[in-house]
Design a binder for this molecule. Structure first.
Ligand code: COA
Length: 168
């Protein structure tokens, strides 16, 4: 039986930490779906379409990985796929409490779905999407933290913002 796992997240934007988790998960399962959450409550910086497009380009070398979007409950999405494995990355002990709580809620909603944790790469435990956005907003160098596709997307966004300021 082929096992399809889901790696969900907002990926606003995808960082090298996420790429590392996706890469390792792809070698553990037959198929991996990187599921980009709409996460409208987080007011994402990049649109859902932009986040899906970036993740697709970034992960294109991984043959068993596809990128999809979803909205609503993750467990409803997992049943639709269908998949019985959710992959989550753990960066630090501080992630653990939150992740165990969410895994518990999800198990309550869909007992047949298991959450599997992958320890994130040690050198990037401090990294998060909002830290990357903050540095990029201040025109800092984020090249160590994200794929060039993301750097281009930030540059396009900043160019648009500066054009619209100049037109005022
Ligand atoms: N490397 C770098 N950064 C990482 C990381 C890693 N390995 N793992 C997590 N992060 C970052 C994320 O980028 C995110 O950063 P940000 O808050 O600065 O944007 C932060 O850590 C939190 O990550 P995470 O908990 O994965 O949040 P998320 O918003 O990316 O994804 C969902 C959360 C989408 C999986 C979750 O909200 C969900 O399942 N939503 C659907 C609704 C639902 O089913 N709810 C019921 C369960 S409560």
């Amino acid at each position: 039986m082929r096992v399809t796992a889901i790696y969900p997240g907002t990926f606003d934007p995808m960082t090298v930490g996420h790429i590392d988790v996706a890469r390792r998960a792809s070698s553990m399962f037959d198929d991996l779906i990187v599921a980009v959450a709409a996460s409208t409550n987080k007011g994402p910086y990049f649109s859902l379409e932009e986040r899906v497009d970036m993740a697709t380009l970034i992960l294109e070398d991984l043959e068993n990985v596809t990128v999809q979007s979803f909205s609503g409950l993750l467990m409803d999405y997992a049943r639709d796929v269908p998949s019985r494995v959710i992959v989550r990355g753990l960066r630090a002990i501080s992630d653990f409490e939150y992740e165990v709580q969410i895994a518990g809620v999800n198990r309550h909603l869909a007992p047949e779905v298991e959450t599997v944790f992958i320890a994130a790469a040690q050198e990037y435990t401090f990294l998060s999407s909002s830290i990357v956005r903050e540095i990029a907003r201040m025109h800092g160098d984020v090249s160590e933290f994200v794929h060039p596709v993301v750097i281009d997307a930030f540059a396009r966004r900043q160019q648009l913002a500066s054009n619209s300021n100049n037109n005022r």
